[in-house]
Design a protein around this ligand. Sequence first.
Ligand code: AHG
Ligand code: MN
Ligand code: MN
Length: 338
Amino acid sequence: MPIVNMSKLITIERHIVEAGALHPEATGEFSRLLRDFMLALRIVARDVRRAGLNDMLGMTEDTNVHGENVKRLDIHANEVIFRSMDHGGHLCVMASEEAESIIPIPDEYRKGKYVLVFDPLDGSSNIDVNVSIGTIFSIYRRIDESSVEAGTVEDCLQPGWKQVAAGYAMYGSSTQFVYTTGDGVDVFTFDPTIGEFLLTFEKIRIPERGKIYSVNSGNAHKWSPGLREYVTHLLRPSDDGCRPYSLRYVGTMVADIHRTLYYGGIFMYPADTSAPTGKLRLVYEVNPMAFIIEQAGGRATDGKNRIMDVTPESLHQRIPCFMGSTQDVLEVESYLNT
Ligand code: AHG
Ligand code: MN
Ligand code: MN
């Protein structure tokens, strides 16, 4: 697949406005929300680029709600997103990987009809070694759209099929922004010389089948026999040349999903004997990525059920995940469910 399929020059701002214009009933609130969010991403992208220079690197003394070490850049990205989004009047509540409970909109600001959930910095173990990291987000409508009161935890615990928009920014060799509003997936690339995200791939489609698998094989001794058999199968050469598969694992979900989107194949974070629900979080990691993958024509399940049909019970709930090319995900399911 080519990396760029656009000849027209279109900025993200124009793209958002034009998409809004297709919905005459739209008030423009959603477009303004996205505009504010893009500002946050520009700032985080800038600070990620400078991370090695201004002492942003290194651990804080703190651990996050999951008991993991938190890098300073995680906290910083969390604050930048909060400060860009709290006062716009579009949101009624937020939730983040870096906050144990929901993040309320301060009393002095208007409460809007949208909900934002996010992983401010994904791939934090890669920060110090200059490997790609990202930001993941998704947007919902609040449950009671007529309310002007503060949003609640229930607003943040809606099933993924109710997402209004989702996506991620990847801070890699370039900064890219990939998002969907339920009408396909578009990719924008940041041009730092003009300070704009330009559309570089419109309506990207994931290949039906790939030749790459992505999983932390260090956990193989804890996997189910079915999953071990599946990976053994991928590594066995076939006469038609479709196997063996190559292994690629960055350890940043954003980067592993991004590659899967372009090249196809499968990304997995399965359950294992020490992590019975896997590692990744349903609300702000797996659901947004499931929406992207499905909108690109792929498949995203927990090994059995569609991810986006699951109703979350808590903000930081984990879920096993298998996502990517439809044929690859169907194949792993057949191994897991026999
Ligand atoms: P985060 O940095 O937001 O905590 O997420 C890290 C996640 C995800 O990006 C990645 O796919 C996974 O952790 C890697 O986990 P392992 O190191 O267990 O493979
Ligand atoms: Mn993450
Ligand atoms: Mn994170």
